[in-house]
Design a binder for this molecule. Structure first.
Ligand code: TRP
Length: 335
């Protein structure tokens, strides 16, 4: 514990909407698992954020449990990282309130993610949606985190978090360090959708996305349907990106000998995509299977889940309440 205070603080949040897939696993979670060894990590489920677009809460409890269970199944360790739910930490809401006074309507309206959401659901342009980046800033600043592992799509939000932090520091005194995007290792793995159309994403073509909750049969089926072409016609021909993606997946889940064999077949123009996809499907099922089964078991063990969430909330609140104390003092909210 003593040692922990010297480690840099890493924080990331995940919205409990949609199911986790291989893109999340190789792009994010696998890195989080490594980070928890070297950093003081906070990972949380952003349930308040999900309310900005998903006001119906019928499925919320289930979704929150699933996200926590999936993260644990992937190797996050509640004794190393603080794993918690956003709404269990009321200090975040208080900081959000203060930061809202430093955020301008004009700059919030200009945020591309806001404009996208307005376009997608013009009937639900609520103030929470507008101030989404402020809440995200509060998530980060509440632990005075400096490293935030997020994808490209979140970099603008992160820049706004720095702006709010700077404005606060300027007005009330030096409280917040500047949070920066954190790419744990430079060889960031990008996983494409199996139909070759963009990155594997939460909501789009479900048959082209491998979810951590997919059954073995479904994984085999999805790989069978993965987009291929007529095959190479010249030795050593470069691979189209949807074919490269299958090789990337093989490099992640198959034995090296398997990748080597099909690589050689490709280069000799002898590759049989059917065989490749069948082998890859089997290797993939072997990889995802244990994560899926573990996540399911955890998700059903409500007593364990509650214990983990309580433990995480306590850790998070300890850090959050220290920040709020300093914030209130700096602002003169101390009577
Ligand atoms: N906005 C992030 C996303 O959509 C989720 C998120 C909420 C987050 N709060 C955060 C990520 C704080 C990093 C830090 O993916």
């Amino acid at each position: 514990m003593q040692n922990d205070t010297k480690k840099e603080i890493v924080l990331s949040g995940i919205r409990p909407t949609g199911y986790l897939h291989l893109g999340n696993y190789f792009g994010a979670m696998r890195n989080y698992v490594r980070m928890q060894e070297d950093y003081n990590c906070y990972f949380f489920v952003a349930d308040w954020h999900s309310l900005t677009t998903h006001p119906d809460t019928k499925e919320l409890r289930n979704s929150v449990h699933r996200v926590i269970a999936e993260n644990l199944a992937c190797g996050l360790d509640p004794d190393k990282a603080a794993i918690y739910v956003q709404s269990d930490v009321p200090e975040i809401a208080e900081l959000y309130l203060y930061l809202n006074m430093l955020a301008y309507k004009g700059e919030l309206e200009k945020v591309p993610t806001f404009k996208d959401k307005v376009r997608l659901s013009p009937d639900n342009v609520n103030a929470g949606l507008l101030t989404y980046p402020v809440l995200m800033a509060a998530d980060i600043l509440i632990h005075r985190a400096v490293k935030v592992p997020v994808g490209k799509d979140q970099e603008q939000h992160l820049e706004m978090a720095r702006n709010f932090a700077e404005r606060f520091n300027h007005r009330y005194g030096d409280v917040f360090p500047m949070p920066r995007a954190f790419n744990f290792n430079s060889d960031l793995v990008k996983i494409m959708s199996l139909d070759g159309k963009g990155k594997m994403s939460k909501s789009e073509n479900q048959m082209a996305t491998i979810y951590l909750s997919d059954s073995d049969e479904l994984i085999l089926k999805k790989l069978k349907k993965a987009t291929t072409d007529q095959g190479p016609t010249e030795a050593g021909q470069p691979k189209p990106d949807f074919i490269q993606n299958l090789f990337t997946l093989a490099s992640l889940v198959s034995e090296p000998a398997v990748s080597e064999k099909f690589e050689a077949d490709y280069n000799n123009c002898q590759i049989r995509y059917g065989d490749f996809k069948k082998q890859l499907g089997e290797d993939m099922a072997r990889f995802v299977g244990p994560i899926r089964d573990k996540a399911l078991a955890i998700q059903e063990d409500k007593v364990y889940l509650e214990k983990i969430m309580k433990q995480g909330a306590e850790k998070a609140r300890q850090s959050a309440s220290q920040t709020i104390k300093i914030v209130r003092e700096a602002m003169g909210i101390k009577y």
